[in-house]
Write a protein that binds this ligand. Structure first.
Ligand code: NOJ
Length: 732
């Protein structure tokens, strides 16, 4: 996004001068259209009734047929809206027309929407995409999403979601880049560049929104919306890292998280919003609450009523209210009665107007008919990008010489997930179209595979034994697509048991017992506990929810036309009870071992099933001759990487460090760099990764950053567990 020109700055000051208090508060009000109908209960309760089964989905849909949407045109006309959460371009133009042509000051709306991993072209969920370890891809897919949505009039994405999550039970782990703060920071910066910095055509910009600020992924026991508590050192070293990085990249907006952090909800947390974000990081965009979050401060028990919640939120630095109308209803009186200083309101409005101005909304508030229909058919370039990123996101977890499949293999494809188009999309893909989705069954057919399909069982189904029998007797090899429905991860979808849902393990067991080779293809939005599968199934391919090109990508990898290169962005525990489990855990005084009085469970292994950074290939790589060259300001760590197998392939070389002795307990390992290398069969190459010395420190409990002299261990290798290592003494 372009910086403000002097002329634009003057225009903002001029507007602020002219605005009434009501108009200022209007800019701070974001709404969703209200659903109106002849219901006996509120719309919210209707949704709840459907969710808890009091009415069926069909009954709900029937009731909705008579419903209409209220866009609050009158409030808009009076200058009472700053933003609307909506996606239909025709509606957007209509709302903009009122804002621009019928309000006193003609300030355009900023239209925001949840575009998390693609708009029309739906890419893999972020948890998968981050596993490509390719920042250029994160940027490219962000840019495509920005282009497509801006053509529909959406100028603001509620993305990237960059919550570090170390707990696979949390459903929203699917939406972000995983458990590691370094990888998440690289991802966050690249996404912000992709969304905001299309220099060729500024009309393709959107404003990014970093969410959920902050520590939402640390919700206790992985249960969504639950409390979070942690030391400031942990907050700064882990959870704030990607936010800090993305702010330094120029992110335009931030969304506060639902959770309380050490007792103060993030919505009204002046330490995180004002002291850290706005003052320490110098963030100059605006902050929006999460949906309904200002009202939830009453439920949290830290605001007496709506007025109190509004005052607390604005004073803490919350610039825009998502969806409660509380700012609209309460702020005027709060200012007029002297309970809230007008300077808070002026600051918020200044921030909001600046972003609207930088997005070019004042010059070009509408979209044309041509723009609206530009992506009715997806361009070839977008489809091939979706295919490339999907292929690169696939992680080979296990392979006992079963994969790749022979082109002539007679395949029995099983699992209901193999042919459910919407299930390839993943959580939060509101604008994806089923007609664009390629299922795995379709992908195999597109490849000309000799495939017969037997659904047998889905995540919520019983087992169709006749189909299982047929699958076993007909095929030479069985490909079983198992995992989670899209609705089983994402918001409000925490699970207390992260094994394969329903009867899918039983299905696998029946298939394995047949003696035919079985390949498990996983579709899921979180790490699963797969000990049984790992023990009994010869080949396992982690395919996540890969977006519209999923089927083609999976088929290419199954047949070996693409060599898998994705790596895990989150630890896969062996069993649910190990959660939260993550590679960069703080050192304990009694590291887990076979001895009794150590940090371990009696009934679980010490180690995860698959560690962070793990992922196999159809070829093999060897790491040799690690070397560290110390310079004044950095370490150059090199290794010779050799492709020792028979196929060309890519490997993500990972650099970790450990601070052996420090003034606070440090993690056993921390990722500090990576390099993705493509090597032909037999090829070898020296790979060097630079570790800047100023990145070797940590924040203490007063949020002060330290670089402490002493011994470090540097690791370089194929995943967070299997590395070469060397010690080094550093004097900063
Ligand atoms: C709630 C979610 O937490 C957030 O991620 C999303 O952007 C908003 N609702 C708006 O849909």
């Amino acid at each position: 996004m372009k910086e403000l020109t002097d002329k634009q700055k003057a225009k903002i000051d001029e507007l602020l001068e002219k605005m009434t208090l009501e108009e200022k508060i209007g800019q701070m009000n974001q709404i969703s259209p209200s659903i109106v109908g002849g219901f006996d209960v509120s719309f919210e309760e209707l949704i709840e009734m459907m969710t808890d089964g009091r009415i069926s989905k069909e009954e709900f849909e029937h009731m909705m047929e008579g419903a209409t949407q209220d866009f609050h045109d009158d409030v808009n006309r009076a200058g009472g809206l700053g933003s609307v959460l909506v996606s239909d371009p025709k509606v957007i133009n209509k709302l903009q027309k009122i804002a621009v042509e019928e309000t006193r000051l003609g300030i355009p709306l900023i239209i925001g929407f949840d575009v998390i991993h693609g708009f029309r072209t739906v890419f893999p969920i972020a948890l998968a995409e981050a596993g490509t370890f390719e920042p250029e891809l994160f940027e490219k897919t962000g840019r495509i999403a920005a282009k497509e949505s801006r053509a529909s009039g959406i100028a603001w994405h509620f993305a990237p979601m960059i919550d570090i999550s170390r707990d696979a039970r949390w459903g929203r782990i699917s939406e972000g880049p995983g458990e590691d703060p370094y990888l998440a920071s690289v991802f966050a910066k690249a996404r912000v560049r992709g969304l905001q910095n299309d220099d060729e055509n500024p009309e393709n910009y959107v404003a990014a929104c970093l969410k959920h600020y902050v520590a939402y992924g640390a919700c206790e026991s992985g249960r969504d919306y639950n409390t979070t508590g942690m030391a400031k050192s942990m907050l700064h070293n882990i959870y704030l890292s990607p936010f800090k990085a993305a702010v330094s990249e120029g992110a335009a907006t931030v969304m506060a998280a639902f959770n309380d952090l050490n007792g103060v909800p993030c919505t009204v947390n002046s330490y995180t919003l004002r002291n850290i974000l706005k003052e320490s990081y110098g963030f100059d965009g605006f902050v929006v609450s999460d949906a309904n979050a200002i009202r939830e401060c009453i439920v949290h028990g830290i605001a007496e009523d709506e007025k109190d919640a509004a005052i607390k939120a604005v004073s803490a630095g919350m610039d825009m209210d998502m969806g409660t109308w509380i700012y609209h209803n309460e702020l005027k009186e709060a200012v007029e009665s002297g309970k809230l200083d007008i300077s808070y309101i002026d600051e918020a409005v200044h921030r909001i107007l600046s972003i609207k101005m930088r997005l070019g909304l004042f010059e070009k508030p509408y979209v044309t008919d041509e723009q609206m229909h530009r992506y009715d058919q997806l361009p070839e370039e977008h489809l091939s990008q979706a295919l490339e990123v999907a292929e690169k996101s696939i992680v080979l977890l296990k392979n006992d010489d079963v994969l790749p499949l022979k082109k002539t293999a007679k395949i029995s494809l099983t699992g209901a997930l193999a042919d459910m188009p919407e299930e390839v999309l993943g959580s939060w893909s509101l604008s994806g179209r089923a007609s664009d989705c390629v299922t795995i069954y379709q992908g195999l057919k597109n490849k000309g595979a000799d495939v017969s399909y037997y659904p047998c069982c889905g995540p919520e189904d019983s087992i169709n034994e006749a189909e299982v029998k047929a699958a076993i007797s007909e095929g030479d090899i069985i490909v079983a697509v198992v995992g989670e429905l899209v609705s089983m991860s994402g918001e409000a979808s925490s699970r207390a048991d992260i094994t394969l849902p329903g009867r899918q393990r039983e299905l696998l067991k029946m298939l394995v017992d047949s003696g035919k080779p079985v390949v498990a293809v996983l579709m899921n939005g979180r790490p699963l506990a797969l000990s049984w599968e790992d023990k009994h199934i010869p080949a396992i391919l982690e395919c996540w929810h890969l977006g519209i090109q999923m089927g083609n990508a999976v088929a290419n990898v199954l047949f070996g036309d693409v060599n898998p290169s994705g790596k895990l962005t989150c630890t896969f525990p062996a069993m649910t009870g190990q959660c939260p489990m993550y590679y960069n855990s703080p050192r304990t005084g009694r590291p887990g071992s076979k001895s009794k009085f150590t940090s371990r469970y009696l009934d679980a292994p010490l180690e995860p099933l698959y560690p962070f950074g793990y992922g196999l290939s159809y070829t093999s790589f060897e790491y040799l001759d690690m070397d560290i060259k110390e310079k004044d300001d950095c370490l150059n760590v090199s290794v010779v990487l050799k492709n020792t197998g028979k196929r060309d392939g890519s490997e993500v070389v990972q650099l970790y460090m450990h601070d052996v002795s420090a003034s606070i307990v440090r993690p056993v390992k921390e990722l500090k760099g990576f390099s993705k290398e493509y090597l032909k069969a037999g090829e070898e190459r020296k790979v060097t990764i630079t570790l800047p010395k100023n990145q070797m420190g940590f924040y203490d409990d007063n949020a002060v950053y330290h670089l402490e002299d002493g011994k470090f261990i540097i690791y370089i290798g194929t995943n967070s567990k299997e590395c070469l290592e060397q010690e080094i003494i550093i004097n900063f």
